[in-house]
Design a protein around this ligand. Structure first.
Ligand code: AMP
Length: 116
């Protein structure tokens, strides 16, 4: 655990979150500022800065993050109409929290992939 990492502190239970699914190595919780009717963040409990370091460091865990996202998508009723799953990464990706997280977005048409 990184003590100065927001999402590590959520994993530790120091900061509250609305958890929708938990597995041994992953956690899914609602985004505090939802950008769609369904907006869930899916993270590995272990600290990795971004999807590149996670994918290189522990590909099996990266797969578990995707598997958790898929179960949450089904639980949230997103499979029929579809959804978006994305990892903002680094400065150009506008990443704000440096503990890798997948944004699971759905529940309404999401529009074009990029604004502008
Ligand atoms: P990113 O820009 O990809 O790093 O996204 C970070 C996300 O974390 C944003 O969508 C925030 O709304 C979300 N967020 C920040 N703090 C919290 C929190 N305490 N609980 C849940 N989501 C959060």
């Amino acid at each position: 655990m990184e003590t100065d990492c927001l999402f590590c502190r959520i994993v530790a239970g120091d900061i509250p979150a609305t958890v929708v699914r938990e597995t041994e190595r992953t956690l899914a919780f609602r985004d505090i500022g939802p950008k769609a009717p369904v907006h869930v963040l899916v993270i590995p409990k272990e600290h990795y800065v971004d999807v590149a370091t996670l994918g290189a460091g522990d590909p099996a865990l990266a797969g578990e993050v995707l598997a958790t996202a898929a179960v949450v998508a089904e639980d949230e009723g997103l499979l029929g109409d579809g959804f978006r799953l994305m990892f903002n990464t680094g400065a150009y990706g506008s990443q704000e929290v440096f503990h890798v997280h997948a944004h699971l977005l759905g529940g309404a048409p999401l529009g074009p992939m990029l604004a502008g």
